[in-house]
Design a protein around this ligand. Structure first.
Ligand SMILES: Nc1ncnc2c1ncn2[C@@H]1O[C@H](COP(=O)(O)OP(=O)(O)O)[C@@H](O)[C@H]1O
Ligand SMILES: [Mg+2]
Length: 241
């Protein structure tokens, strides 16, 4: 703590800057962002490289606005970021998470969808020992949750029921969920397509998570659609040195 003088000219004790940095650092490690994405801030998200397009700029702008509007105006709503592999969805989601931690002191958590399914499976196997269920508590209760690659895997019914319970509970409690998915936010079953189109079409989010959850997400999350080339193929090819 340090002594300071507040706006009214009164001497007060406040948390020192070094402690604020330490607390923010603690919240960053508690968010469990994978090493591969630690560098992903909103500032390091480029929009000027060859191959960048308006949807990427728009998504970046939406992310910035979201951080400013959080938490009063966002009111528990999250974002659903869709787009092809490599357009920068995870980068943006992690950037949001870091900005919310640093600028809004949010308590945040990153989860890969497949990892979450594994955890749910694990909690079920361990149901005899009820304390094991605690592993899911942070997912229910995190102030901000990033769920990366929703739909990447199709779980069994009861695992899916738990996913739905987590998402619904979070929404009812006005906790923010930021979701990324590689699948386009379109209906299940190729509605409105011809038989040939249906045979060759790509899977949609509706196919992967069902129409019921898709319409729930429409209520819970503002949609951010990204398109374009894989960043790693254009600007960010792997190289040494
Ligand atoms: N606009 C961008 N500016 C800087 N780096 C980017 C950008 N888009 C993607 N990347 C980088 O490219 C890699 C792939 O992006 P990622 O966010 O994982 O894509 P996605 O989640 O859409 O598959 C990451 O290392 C990410 O940091
Ligand atoms: Mg990703």
């Amino acid at each position: 703590m340090v002594l300071a003088v507040n706006a009214a000219g009164v001497r007060v004790a406040r948390v020192c800057g070094c402690q604020q940095v330490a607390r923010s650092g603690h919240r960053v490690s508690a968010a469990r962002i994978p090493k591969r994405y630690e560098h992903c801030t909103l500032d390091s998200y480029e929009t000027g490289f060859r191959g960048a397009n308006a949807s990427m700029q728009q998504a970046h702008l939406t992310a910035r606005r979201f951080v400013e509007a959080y938490p009063v105006e966002t009111d528990g709503k999250g974002l659903l970021i869709t787009g092809n592999i490599g357009v920068g969805k995870t980068h943006l989601a992690v950037g949001l998470l870091l900005a919310l931690i640093e600028e809004k002191s949010a308590q945040a958590l990153f989860y890969d969808y497949r990892e979450l399914l594994k955890q749910i499976q694990h909690s079920y196997n361990a149901q005899v020992n009820s304390t094991e269920l605690d592993v899911l508590k942070p997912v229910f209760e995190a102030e901000v949750l990033v769920l990366d690659e929703l739909g990447a895997q199709k779980p069994t019914d009861w695992v899916w029921d738990t996913v739905a319970l987590i998402l619904n509970t979070r929404y009812n409690d006005k906790r923010t969920t930021i979701i990324t998915t590689n699948y386009p936010d379109l209906p299940a079953g190729g509605v409105g397509l011809s038989a040939t189109q249906r045979a060759t079409r790509e899977e949609t989010l509706g196919d992967r998570i069902g129409e019921r959850m898709r319409s729930r997400l429409a209520e819970m999350c503002v949609r951010v659609e990204m398109s374009g080339a894989d960043f790693r193929q254009s600007a960010g090819r792997a190289r040494f040195g």
